[in-house]
Ligand binder design. Structure first.
Ligand code: GLN
Length: 452
């Protein structure tokens, strides 16, 4: 813990943390030492974590990196973080992110962007760590915590993990409780780890997974021994490569990496087959309708009355307007407007309802592949390596395209892991993604280990 606290001070220029909690960390570490002395240590005892600022931490400022929650100190703890502390983990601080988890580059934060610790060969241009869990990924990549928690609504754990050479896991929807996590799109949001190794991710999932009566969408299914699953043999495992992920304009380096990943899995004993997920191309547009619709509804609660910041005005409507105008950033406002539009009378059927139908088709594509005996689906995680900061900020649609390979997983509610698989020609990390059957996270760890 002391070594990490020193590292945080030395690396403030990355802007990975929005709040450091050294006193709390030392207290937790001392309690852990005591437990170890007594022989009662938990599964993650003494391991220093960073936590995305989307998780409510009791008595500790939790802002979702939005000005509207700039002064919010929750009176309760999220279930996932509670599970971590009960296993003995130590909190180093809260991590930067895109405001309300809306973004793919961590440039939408009220606390400013995060800088990736990675640079291209011979090029000092600062790069994005990805987003929205950009602080989590940068902190793990730069050794500013042993592991971190992130959340993933459309790729926000896997995309930043891929761009920073770390491991990111999005569990099955319902595997972890969403209680105490600031909501973005409730039918898509899941918490999960960003870690240095597949084995670390497995150990963390074991701890954070739980059914919770405070989240009725959490599911009561057995939590497997994920660490043992890391060393399972690959023989008998069938891996599918979906031909629809070979999108136009995919850089050759990504295509090559994908092929290499397939070869590694074959060499380790798995069977690799081509499969079809015919509705893939509709996933991204449908995601940006469903997610924004839910976001516009979830964010209605920030009215200056119940949470956070208030801008006073003469009457209540004026107060709402001024508070929301001052409290939300541009991307959040854009999404509230789009989300409100697709839900409005007259457009609901054309957009929202249509997107929900597409969502069902996407889920069915995966069901068919799994029914055919496929155990996991292998794809690239991102269409390219980390881009320079500022490269896509003027073009939201270009930014949304970074999520093309990750959003189908959330639409279908499936588990998926992003694993570092190699470097681009300019020396930047690239990842591959393995997607599994619902609640079969255990199937993903051994193939992920064969790639890492
Ligand atoms: N980049 C996607 C979005 O902006 C995903 C975000 C996330 O997973 N939280 O919606």
């Amino acid at each position: 813990t002391e070594a990490y606290l020193q590292a945080l001070e030395a690396a403030r220029s990355l802007n990975a943390y929005v709040l450091e909690t050294p006193e709390i960390a030392r207290e937790m570490a001392a309690a852990s030492d005591k437990r170890r002395g007594e022989g009662s240590a938990g599964a993650l005892d003494g391991i220093p974590f960073g936590v995305k600022d989307l998780f409510c931490t009791k008595g500790i400022r939790s802002t979702a990196c939005s000005n509207i929650l700039g002064n919010f100190v929750p009176p309760y703890e999220s279930t996932v973080t509670d599970n971590l502390w009960n296993a003995g983990a130590v909190l180093l601080g809260k991590l930067n992110m895109d405001e309300f988890a809306m973004g793919s580059s961590n440039e939408n934060s009220a606390f400013g962007n995060v800088v990736s610790p990675w640079r291209a060969d011979g090029d000092e241009t600062p790069r994005t760590p990805g987003g929205s869990s950009g602080g989590s990924a940068a902190a793990v990549a730069a050794n500013l915590c042993a592991a971190a928690l992130g959340t993933d609504t459309g790729g926000s754990i896997r995309q930043p993990a891929s761009l920073t050479g770390t491991v990111g896991l999005k569990p099955t929807y319902g595997r972890c409780s969403r209680y105490g996590i600031v909501a973005y799109a409730s039918s898509l949001d899941q918490a999960g780890p960003v870690a240095r190794t597949v084995r670390d991710a497995a150990a963390i999932l074991k701890v954070i997974a739980s059914v919770d009566d405070k989240d009725t969408t959490s599911v009561d299914v057995a939590v497997d021994d994920y660490e043992a699953a890391v060393d399972a043999p690959l023989k008998g495992l069938k891996i599918g490569l979906p031909r629809e992920y070979r999108v136009d304009g995919m850089p050759e380096v990504i295509d090559d990496l994908w092929q290499k990943g397939a070869d590694w899995l074959k060499a380790a004993g798995a069977e690799v087959v081509e499969i079809s997920l015919p509705h893939t191309k509709y996933a991204l547009p449908a995601y940006y309708i469903v997610a924004l619709a839910e976001a516009s509804s979830n964010l209605a609660r920030y009215d200056g009355v119940r949470y956070g910041v208030r801008v006073n005005a003469d009457d209540i409507v004026d107060m709402y307007e001024k508070t929301r105008a001052a409290g939300f950033g541009d991307e959040v406002k854009r999404r509230i407007l789009l989300g409100t539009y697709v839900l409005s009378a007259g457009y609901y059927d054309a957009y929202y309802l249509k997107a929900q139908k597409v969502r069902t088709l996407i889920k069915r594509d995966f069901d068919v592949a799994f029914a055919d005996g496929v155990d996991a689906v292998l794809t690239p995680t991102t269409p390219g390596p980390a881009f320079p900061l500022g490269a896509k900020t003027d073009d939201p649609v270009e930014m949304y395209l970074s999520d093309v390979f990750t959003v189908p997983v959330n639409m279908a509610g499936l588990p998926a892991i992003a694993v570092p698989a190699g470097l681009s020609g300019e020396g930047l990390p690239l990842g591959l993604q393995l997607i599994g059957r619902p609640f079969r996270e255990a199937d993903l760890f051994a193939p992920a280990r064969a790639i890492e």
